[in-house]
Design a protein around this ligand. Sequence first.
Ligand SMILES: Cc1cc2nc3c(=O)[nH]c(=O)nc-3n(C[C@H](O)[C@H](O)[C@H](O)COP(=O)(O)OP(=O)(O)OC[C@H]3O[C@@H](n4cnc5c(N)ncnc54)[C@H](O)[C@@H]3O)c2cc1C
Length: 343
Amino acid sequence: ANLLEAVEEGGVWRLYGTKFFCSATHADYCIITAKPKGSEKVALFVLPSWLPGDKEKEIRNGFTIDRIKWKMGTSELTTGELTFNGAVAYPVGPLDKGVANVVGIVLTYSRLTVGLSAAASMTRAVREARKYADLREAFGLKIGQFPMVAGQLAAIDHTAKRTTAGAFKLYRDFLALEGGLKGGLTNDEPEAARKKRFDIRELIMLQKLAASWDCTDVIRMAMSIFGGHGVMEDFSSLPRLYRDAAINELWEGPRNVLLTQMHRDLQRVADWYKPADFIENNLAGLDEARRRDLAKEMTELLSHSDLFHLDEKTIEICRRWDAFCHNFFHAYQDLALQEVEKV
Ligand SMILES: Cc1cc2nc3c(=O)[nH]c(=O)nc-3n(C[C@H](O)[C@H](O)[C@H](O)COP(=O)(O)OP(=O)(O)OC[C@H]3O[C@@H](n4cnc5c(N)ncnc54)[C@H](O)[C@@H]3O)c2cc1C
């Protein structure tokens, strides 16, 4: 965003500068951040790709696509490098709240879809691996009859199911969120609503982190079950799913950024939302001893001032925080799966 400047010219905002990562360049509209001239704050704009009547003539709205990136996955959704030379854009929300709105609304929504996408890709990978295990014979046996393969299939099946159950549970709660997503950490609501909104924001980050990470593991295991065919592009969809999954882990906030953000968020709300209450509200139904252990670990990790000092203690806290976040979200997913299996 700091390389893109927004200038108000005769009542119209125009963008000047470059963007190094722009996905879905085929879209008719995009949401874009830029710094209004003379301001240090980042603002949010909606940018039409074409001005009225120009689409048919293939004349873009004051920008050029300089290069389409050659990326590892999500190839059907082009990511380009763009130069803006007076593109007309329209502000969305207050000009000084661009970061809060892009993170709290745009990125959060997009991160939510990463969780759903991970669930879908895992489910497909497991289904294909199961089918293959039923038909491929080696050493006189269907490969699904080898205990090694059967155990691996059961493990990825469980991960796919709990990821799917967790994704739908979170999506249900997201849909029920009164007033939808908001930018930043809000303080203008009654405590219960504020906590719910905070839960959704953090759970979406936790899901993005855990589900996208587990997804590459599940697909890699599915490829392994296929043997040599697992890496053949013209035999199954697994190589493509694997490449897409690696991208899901990186865009919309890579894991370290999310881990750091969540640590800070939870510290910032500590005066009205204690770690034990966060655990209680989101892991109701988990056995009490485990909840107590998680709350103890969380309290201790959050008491460490920040994750920025390069010393032995902080590195150890980072390692534990990373493991804690995965454990926490796996517990959330397992509870969601139990809920589905009870029906
Ligand atoms: C395919 C693809 C499409 C994309 N499309 C878009 C798009 O349309 N629009 C858009 O705006 N962006 C887009 N991006 C950019 C994407 O959001 C960034 O690449 C991503 O957020 C990481 O930023 P970065 O590349 O600058 O990595 P860096 O910030 O340089 O990160 C490098 C490493 O340092 C770690 N790190 C960085 N900061 C911290 C911190 N504070 N604490 C701890 N660790 C840290 C990261 O976790 C990572 O491991 C796209 C990226 C990809 C891969």
